[in-house]
Design a binder for this molecule. Sequence first.
Ligand SMILES: Nc1ncnc2c1ncn2[C@@H]1O[C@H](COP(=O)(O)OP(=O)(O)OP(=O)(O)O)[C@@H](O)[C@H]1O
Ligand SMILES: Cc1cn([C@H]2C[C@H](O)[C@@H](COP(=O)(O)O)O2)c(=O)[nH]c1=O
Length: 713
Amino acid sequence: MAYHPGSSDDNDVNGIRLVLGIRVFRRFWAALGVASLADWIGLLALTAYANDIATGGYAGKNFAIAGVLFARLAPALVIGPFGGYVADRLDRRLVLTTGLLLRAVIFASIPLVGTLWWLLAATVLIEAVNAVWMPTKDATVPTLVPRAHLDDANRLNLATTYGSALPAAALFIVATTATRFIDGLTPVELPAVDPTLYLVAIAFAIGGLIFLGLRDMPAGSAVPEDEQVGLWRTIGQGWAYVFRTPLVRGLVLGIVGAFACGGVVIGLGRVFVGDLGAGDPGYGLLFGCVFLGLGLGMWRGPRVLEQVSRRRIFGVGLMGAGVALAVVAVIHNMALVAILVTIVGFCAGVSWITGYTLLGLEVDEEMRGRTFAFVASLVRLVLSAVLAVAPLVAGVIGSHTIEMRELGDYTYTGSEITILIAAVVAFLFGAVSFRQMNDRVGLSLLSEVRQRPGLAPVYPEHGLFVAFEGGEGAGKSTQARMLVDALQAEGYRVLLTREPGATDVGRTLRQIVLDPATGDLSPRTEVLLYAADKAEHVDAVVLPALERGDVVVCDRYVDSTLAYQAGGRALDREEVERVARWSTRQLRPHLTVLLDVDPSVGRSRFEVADRLEAEPKEFHARVRDTFLDLAESDRNHYLVVSADRSVVAIADEVLERVRPLLGLVHPAIAARSDDAERTDDGGHGTDGSRGDGTDGSRSEDDGGERTGPESPR
Ligand SMILES: Nc1ncnc2c1ncn2[C@@H]1O[C@H](COP(=O)(O)OP(=O)(O)OP(=O)(O)O)[C@@H](O)[C@H]1O
Ligand SMILES: Cc1cn([C@H]2C[C@H](O)[C@@H](COP(=O)(O)O)O2)c(=O)[nH]c1=O
């Protein structure tokens, strides 16, 4: 039966199902849904109530509504940082429960007091509570679901938060219409919005009670008792953490850029579409398209270009939004603008969900609340500033017409220029974020995009990883040994290892695969035997050495599986690669040295052939072609050397190519020291002889005799 890997839609559904299968998360999500619904209806009800009770005619009503909107933004600026302090210190269940219950009480009090001043004061109070509640909520999610499914949980939460706007609008219409209808039937005049405000209060109370029932939610403070410091120091620590951590700094910068860019679209959207002659319907369309794009981006975000690092996707999304927005600014066609703002929204949505998930994954638990609070405050600050400044800038620039004789007149307006400036800012912020968060230095974005999903490489963050590959007798062991000697002589700590056979289990596997007595094996069995050797080797030997910051020189690695089992045995390359990459955790060498030689030359360098060496020359020709093909597809990470030259000439060429990479090895380790003598030798004695006591020449039992390093496990 054919194997069909799950589609990304299947993955979406399975991920969502999985997180919803976690009882505590399911109930948390339900409470969040009720709270979001209440929040949206609350927003509509507060502005409608301001409109109802304001005096002073048209202007008075506008000021009252503007006052409510400002009152919603302002508290987060002031209280936001304290929100983070609370989120990282107090019992989260208590904060989440009390936050909603307090909002319920305040909402219920608004129609009871019934004055504009109290409406404004109550709005400030509601948002003050929210400024503490939001970061607590954000910081809690990563503690409820497995790390691998945090993006599913975030997508679900964001879809619920923003998606509840639509049912909220419908409920608001139903509630206010019903009030009017009942009003018409009774002699007493009912205030139109009062029942809706009570409805909001009830919804918040229900949400609060659900949180109260979440006894299995991690409730305690994230900061251990003995590490708790004062309020200002806690806030200061949070800010210092953001500024000194490149990843978080990049994320915050990017998020601010995205919101600045979004703020310009919101602030100038109406004037901009007016300039295009599209009026209010055009304005509605513009907003609909931005939100459609945002929604799609957030929903599809984690599945967009899965092979590209999420850290890079964040910056790329912002740059994409900047480019699309720049085109919006110069195009005078409403239909194209609608398509382009959908793209802007999509790119921004992808960045937002990616950044949000990265913050959850990469920020330490005890810093998370403060970081989310910091981001929330900054976002509001930027939004308020941009909303205020953008129309001003546009107004100052004004509208101008350039006369271009044959081509006709070209008119540009202040809103277009300001949007163009925002586009450039968004692009630059995206580029800076990309640089700060780039975790695949040396791999071009284009090569990464070209990689098949699921096979994205992981290059070690510590140490230096060099692999030697090539056909039989190409000189890999000789060159690996010479490189190790050269580096050791310069004081580097080096591990020489090999595949197959560098671990206890690997030696047994080597014996099986190479001993001619094993006879024919199914090619698939062969793949799995080599993969088992690799899995053990990477986990027990390679990764620990890299973690220590050592140079790891490996005699054969994944490319050998691709060349021998996929190329030689004519199996499907992608299927074999999936197995081999999976078994090595996608870990790739910084550099693979391919020693290329005609198989007949290599074959002539030894007398006794093992099970694979004994394969016919066509087999070895396919092996060679596959090696060359692999090197050709990723030149940055390969050095192809003609291996029919002298041993010394080859060694010099290899060392020359490796030398610039030594910068990846920590200088403290690179420094010459007595410690250099203490080389972990992965299978070849430091005296140049093989670990099995042989002198490097072939022996009949070379089916797995070399001694590998002791497993650090
Ligand atoms: N450039 C060279 N020119 C001539 N002989 C060489 C050269 N390099 C290595 N040899 C010799 O060829 C033999 C095989 O070398 P080596 O074991 O380094 O190759 P290998 O690629 O590791 O082989 P295998 O495929 O079996 O692992 C050794 O006897 C070695 O001394
Ligand atoms: C890692 C690996 C190796 N092989 C083959 C290639 C050689 O014929 C032997 C290893 O012998 P060597 O003397 O140590 O070079 O195994 C393979 O077919 N697949 C692999 O993944």
